[in-house]
Design a protein around this ligand. Structure first.
Ligand code: HEC
Ligand code: HEC
Ligand code: HEC
Ligand code: HEC
Length: 121
């Protein structure tokens, strides 16, 4: 009986955790569409500070999240190129665009130099 209860508790725990994970932002994401430019993205420190739609800018806030690469292709298409989605300085929601703007405003921001996101091997 004791054993049965502990299995039930363990199962509930596992399911609980799975449900929470499905609904929340990941701790870390590795962007690796370009194997030579792999980026470890500390997702959680971002999603704790900014609204999801800042970056997931085409998300309807209920359905599944699409990868940036689903729309931002390596070559010109309907959406700006893959490279622009992360480096465009003219917008506030690309990685480098946001870090640059916040740095200029004197706020704590992330790296703007290439090696800050693309560490040399
Ligand atoms: C600063 C930008 C940014 C913010 C804010 C942000 N995300 Fe993300 N998120 C990303 C990027 C970039 C990816 C990687 C997408 C890809 O693989 O193309 C991602 C991926 C994800 C994934 C997929 C994880 C995986 O392993 O593939 C989920 C789920 C997710 N985000 C949820 C959220 C939720 C929920 C929020 C708001 C609470 C949020 N994100 C806020 C940038 C952000
Ligand atoms: C469903 C398609 C789609 C998805 C998914 C998508 N984008 Fe976009 N994105 C676009 C389109 C189309 C534009 C052009 C402007 C607009 O329509 O908002 C754009 C514009 C941008 C811009 C402005 C670029 C510029 O040079 O003006 C940035 C930055 C950006 N996206 C980042 C991202 C990131 C980061 C992700 C993944 C977390 C992502 N996008 C996911 C379609 C998408
Ligand atoms: C809307 C603004 C915004 C966008 C978009 C954004 N960042 Fe950041 N990023 C920040 C801020 C603010 C910090 C500093 C957070 C802190 O240390 O509390 C940061 C910090 C970081 C750090 C340093 C983390 C550390 O531990 O010191 C990395 C790496 C990083 N960002 C990568 C990225 C990448 C890669 C993307 C695009 C996929 C991205 N960021 C998009 C605002 C942004
Ligand atoms: C704040 C983070 C950040 C900084 C700083 C940064 N990048 Fe990136 N870069 C990314 C992300 C995220 C990707 C997508 C990685 C992937 O999917 O492989 C990327 C991808 C790339 C790609 C591949 C694009 C493609 O279409 O295959 C090149 C080339 C690149 N970066 C060059 C640079 C150069 C050069 C610099 C310095 C001028 C730089 N990056 C600075 C985040 C950054």
């Amino acid at each position: 009986m004791k054993k049965f209860v502990s299995i039930a508790v363990a199962l509930a725990f596992v399911f609980g955790v799975t449900l929470v994970l499905a609904a929340t932002a990941p701790e870390k994401v590795t962007l690796k569409a370009n194997p030579k430019k792999v980026v470890e993205f500390p997702h959680k420190i971002h999603s704790d500070q900014f609204k999801c739609e800042v970056c997931h800018h085409k998300w309807d806030k209920k359905g599944e999240l699409k990868a940036c690469l689903d729309c931002h292709k390596k070559t010109d298409g309907d959406a700006p190129k893959y490279y622009k989605a992360f480096h465009d300085l003219k917008v506030d929601n690309s990685c480098v665009g946001c870090h640059t703007k916040m740095g200029k405003d004197g706020k704590k921001a992330g790296p703007t130099k290439c090696a800050g996101c693309h560490p040399k091997k």
